[in-house]
Each structure stands twice: as structure tokens, then as C-alpha cells.
Write a protein that binds this ligand. Structure first.
Ligand SMILES: NC(=O)c1ccc[n+]([C@@H]2O[C@H](COP(=O)([O-])OP(=O)(O)OC[C@H]3O[C@@H](n4cnc5c(N)ncnc54)[C@H](O)[C@@H]3O)[C@@H](O)[C@H]2O)c1
Ligand SMILES: [Zn+2]
Ligand SMILES: [Zn+2]
Length: 380
């Protein structure tokens, strides 16, 4: 058995900075696993939720779940992937056997819920360790490390001419945002759409709405800079919800009617409630943002039945990653969506705590950690 040293940013407890240190991967890939030399990882607000203690997250754990890289070793039975393949990591590996996987909803995979969402592998164990204890990988990905061992179903092959920093973002924000529009809500051409929150996820909801042919895309945020970015990605109207009443302004912009679809992409109870209110009679509010553990919302059930309003959730853009990741990469390579402007900062792993500070202040879209792939990505 050989082992590999991994340089990683480790979560050691809520509200504490990540600690960059060396960990060990104890063995070559086991059955159904691949080892990925990471090229890039985005920093997503879900990592910040864990870091802030919004969610009960075990320590020690390698954070990061929005990554791309190159396969450097394969488990003996992995036949559909090869060393040298470029892959985007999925934070919901699919067992490909449960009723959700078989019926085409791998984001709801029963086994992933019981294992990856607890930050362990399908066998309930970790693959990383330090001198004293096992170390978990966030969502069984742990992309804040220069190597990641992942289930083969979590490594989605993409074309080799796509730049891996941009591709990394497809591993979470892009698929989550575009998929919420195209897969979850199935927005029709000519629709009116509201997007609340213009971060990495919300701006991709905007791109998705543009792709779907929405005629009006209203964005709301508390930052004028983010609202301007919203326009760049396709918004037709902007609302600074610090200075204007969100629901009233949406009604005014839609002849008093409300929008066909309202997407919440922050994760706050009052903005989720506002999205529900801003949806028209018969309209749909989509919860994409994720709240802290235990947070509840208040909805008037009379309005729900009387006005036939729908409130639905979207996990990972209801994606089927093996179909959606390569498709989204093609859209990018054909110039139909913009991923270049989403990478607002390229950083080293040891600058990851600064990226969280930027995110807390609402600056930039995505900081992307870039790892050294040279000279020829050696592994074991
Ligand atoms: N459903 C999913 O599968 C999924 C996947 C990834 C991320 N998420 C969640 O989506 C949310 C957004 O993630 P992100 O990475 O885009 O975050 P982000 O930090 O990049 O963006 C959040 C945006 O919200 C804005 N904002 C903050 N408070 C606001 C307020 N009160 N009113 C209006 N705007 C406000 C900020 O200015 C910022 O532009 C997070 O909760 C994250 O956990 C969900
Ligand atoms: Zn994410
Ligand atoms: Zn499954």
C-alpha cells in the first residue's frame, strides 16, 4: 500500500480560520474510486455556511466542493474513466441503484444523502487522515486540497479544451443556477423572472433565465456592484432592496401582477418570503439559497390554495451531472454563457481565508483557488 501527501485547507471548527497543512491519502483508489489531481476550486457560499457554523459540520474536514482537475489514478474496476481525463467533481455522487438515481434524480440519491452529505464515502469511512485522526472531505469532495479521492460517479468527464478554473464553477454555482431555471422550474420563453441575490449562484440563475428566453429578468441585491453584474449577465431591471421595497417594486414593474418565477439565491427567510409574495397568482417561487440550520419561514397557506402559488426547492439545479456538466461546458465554449467574468480572483490555497473575507463583504463573484498542475501531474 502506498500513500500520498496532500496539501489541504482544513476546517478545524466554526468561526476559526481554515488551517493549510499536510494530510495523507492512505492508499491507491479502491473499487469504484478515482484520484484527482486538482486544478482549481471555487469558493462557494455553502463553504462559508459551514465555516460560519450555520450548519453542523464535523472537524477536522477539508472544505471545498466546487472543483475540477485531472484523473491520476483509477480503482481497478473503473472502466468509464481514464488517467489524464479532465473532470468536474460532483458533490452528489450517485449510487446509480436507488429509486432516485434510477428514476433520473441523482441529486436526491439515497446513499449520497446517508454518506456524502455526512462528508464520508459510500462505505462510511474517510480517505484522508492526519497524524492522529481520520479527516473528512466536505460532501465527499474536499476540493480545498491539491488531490481528492472521490467516487467515480462524482468525477464527470469533460472536453480537454475547456479551461479548468472556469470548469470548476460548473461543479456548483453554474449548474445550481442554470439548472434551477431549466431543470427545476422549467421556465418557458417569454416568462417574467425575479432573482434575489446576485452572487455566484444568482448570476447563474440570471444566465439560465436568459438562455430560457425570459422576457423580463429583474434582479435584487443590496450591492449596486452586484446589480450591475446582474445586468451584464442578462438582467433587464435592477432593485436595490436596501433602498426600495422589493415586493412593491416587482409589482410596479409587472403591472401589479407579480412575476411568473421568483428565485431566492441568498438563503435568508425574509427574502424567501418576499419571493413567494412577489410571484403572481399561479406563479412559482424557487428556494435555491440555503438557510442556517433550524431557520423557518412563514407562508400564508390560504394564499397558497386560493392563488395556486407554488413554493418549490432546488438542489444542485435538479441536475443529472453526467448530462448537464458537459452540456454547460459546451454552452460556455460556444460563447452562449459567460464563465470568464465569474472568476473575479485567482488565488493560492493559502489565501483561502482572504476569499471568505471578500465573500462576507459581498465583493467579487468567485475566488478560484488554482493548484499547480505541472509538470505532468504525478500522483503515487
Ligand atoms: N440549492 C443548492 O443546491 C445550492 C448550491 C450552492 C449554493 N447554494 C446556496 O446559495 C446561496 C448563494 O450562494 P452564493 O455562492 O451565490 O453566495 P454569494 O455570497 O456569492 O452571493 C450572495 C449574494 O446575496 C446578496 N445579499 C446578501 N444579503 C442580501 C439581502 N438581504 N438582500 C439582497 N441581497 C443580499 C449578496 O450581496 C451577494 O451578492 C447560499 O445560501 C448557498 O449556500 C445552494
Ligand atoms: Zn456550492
Ligand atoms: Zn442513488
Amino acid at each position: 500500500m502506498s500513500s500520498l501527501t496532500v496539501q489541504a485547507a482544513v476546517f478545524v471548527g466554526a468561526q476559526q480560520p481554515l488551517v493549510v497543512r499536510e494530510l495523507t491519502i492512505d492508499s491507491t483508489p479502491g473499487p469504484g474510486e478515482v484520484l484527482v489531481k486538482m486544478a482549481a476550486s471555487g469558493v462557494c457560499h455553502s463553504d462559508l455556511h459551514a465555516l460560519d457554523g450555520d450548519w453542523d459540520t464535523p472537524a477536522p474536514l477539508v472544505l471545498g466542493h466546487e472543483g475540477a482537475g485531472v484523473i491520476v489514478a483509477l480503482g481497478a474496476d473503473v472502466t468509464e474513466l481514464a488517467v489524464g481525463d479532465h473532470v468536474i467533481l460532483s458533490w452528489t455522487p450517485s449510487c446509480q441503484k436507488c429509486e432516485y438515481c434510477v428514476s433520473g434524480n441523482p441529486v436526491l440519491c439515497q446513499l449520497a444523502n446517508e454518506t456524502a452529505y455526512q462528508h464520508v464515502f459510500f462505505d462510511g469511512k474517510t480517505r484522508l487522515s492526519d497524524e492522529t485522526s481520520p479527516v473528512k472531505s466536505f460532501l465527499a469532495v474536499g476540493s480545498f486540497g491539491d488531490h481528492a479521492m472521490v467516487p467515480a460517479s462524482a468525477a464527470i468527464k469533460i472536453r480537454k479544451d475547456a479551461p479548468l478554473a472556469q470548469a470548476a464553477l460548473v461543479g456548483c454555482a453554474v449548474t445550481t443556477g442554470i439548472g434551477a431555471v431549466t431543470n427545476t422550474a422549467k421556465v418557458e420563453p417569454g416568462s417574467t423572472v425575479l432573482v434575489v441575490g446576485c452572487g455566484g449562484v444568482g448570476l447563474n440563475v440570471v444566465q439560465g433565465a436568459r438562455l430560457a428566453g425570459a422576457k423580463q429578468i429583474i434582479v435584487a441585491d443590496v450591492s449596486d456592484e452586484k446589480l450591475e453584474l446582474g445586468r451584464t449577465f442578462g438582467a433587464t431591471h435592477t432593485i436595490n432592496s436596501r433602498s426600495a421595497d422589493l415586493v412593491e417594486t416587482v409589482r410596479a414593474l409587472t403591472n401589479g401582477r407579480g412575476v411568473d418565477y421568483a428565485f431566492e439565491a441568498i438563503g435568508l427567510p425574509f427574502t424567501i418570503e418576499a419571493c413567494y409574495e412577489a410571484a403572481r397568482r399561479g406563479g412559482t417561487a424557487v428556494v435555491v439559497g440555503q438557510v442556517a440550520d433550524g431557520v423557518k419561514i412563514s407562508i400564508d397557506p390560504f394564499v397558497m390554495s386560493d392563488q395556486e402559488k407554488k413554493l418549490i426547492g432546488s438542489n444542485y439545479g435538479s441536475s443529472r451531472q453526467s448530462i448537464d456538466f458537459p452540456k454547460i461546458i459546451d454552452l460556455y465554449m460556444e460563447g452562449r454563457i459567460d464563465l470568464d467574468s465569474m472568476v473575479t480572483d485567482r488565488i493560492r490555497l493559502d489565501q483561502v481565508n482572504d476569499a471568505f473575507a471578500e465573500m462576507r463583504q459581498g465583493r467579487g463573484i468567485r475566488s478560484v483557488i488554482e493548484y499547480d498542475l505541472s509538470p505532468d501531474y504525478p500522483a503515487f
